[in-house]
Design a protein around this ligand. Structure first.
Ligand code: E4P
Length: 217
């Protein structure tokens, strides 16, 4: 399973990239706003840092304007993935841009039918939002499982990019179900390391080691 980092913060991306834990990056208009950076500049910086796909989102709502924005974003670097919303116009833009050879990430997916449409429109990635479904008392993980089953039923090659991830449990569940990619905030990825028995075991080893009076270096 690939790990994408869901942020436009360069330092956080660089830290995970150095550890081989940033197979790609996803951004959206809210993350660009939080970074306080210019979208073209920060996207270029991220795309230069990361080998894998870097999603940059269009902000137009009509197909022709989305296509124009998508083409401009794609010029930033070869590894740009154009992110379009899951609307009828977004699907039109997806079809045109993917036919031109661009990677397209169709975002704001909340149903299996939407995921089917995106795959048929040539999306490289579909982004179902787990956390936002959980927020309204629906089951985000059930959507990931449903899309996995439907894509496998028909051999669609669109990758499932599980998004709106809020906890380490979301990541483990996505791995069990077989999501191709998760995109998560840096803090959630880093929180995966924690286990109380690791901390307890290490403390006991350190205490015993101190009693030996030995040194390795
Ligand atoms: C994914 O591409 C989105 O940027 C992101 O995962 C949305 O997450 P949120 O629902 O926590 O804002």
């Amino acid at each position: 399973m690939k790990f994408f980092v869901d942020t436009a913060e360069i330092d956080a991306i660089a830290e995970l990239n150095d550890l081989g834990m940033a197979d790609g990056v996803t951004t959206n208009p809210s993350l660009i706003m939080k970074s306080g950076r210019d979208i073209l500049e920060v996207t270029k910086e991220i795309a230069d840092l990361i080998d894998g796909p870097v999603s940059a989102e269009v902000v137009a709502t009509e197909a022709e304007a989305m296509i124009a924005e998508g083409r401009k974003l794609a010029k930033i670097a070869d590894n740009i993935t154009i992110k379009v919303p899951l609307t009828w116009d977004g699907l039109k833009a997806c079809k045109v841009l993917s036919t031109e050879g661009h990677m397209v990430n169709v975002t704001l997916c909340f149903s299996v039918n939407q995921a089917l449409l995106a795959a048929k429109a040539g999306a490289s990635f579909i982004s179902p939002f787990i956390g936002r479904l959980d927020d309204i008392n629906l089951d985000g993980m059930e959507l990931i499982a449903d899309i996995r089953q439907v894509y496998d039923n028909f051999g669609f090659e669109t990758e499932i990019l599980a998004a709106s991830i809020r906890s380490v449990n979301h990541i483990a569940d996505c791995a069990r179900i077989g999501a191709d990619v998760i995109t998560a905030p840096p803090d959630v990825i880093k929180a995966m390391v924690h286990h109380p028995l690791t901390d307890k075991g290490l403390a006991a080893f350190m205490a015993d080691w101190k009693k030996t009076g030995q040194k390795i270096l």
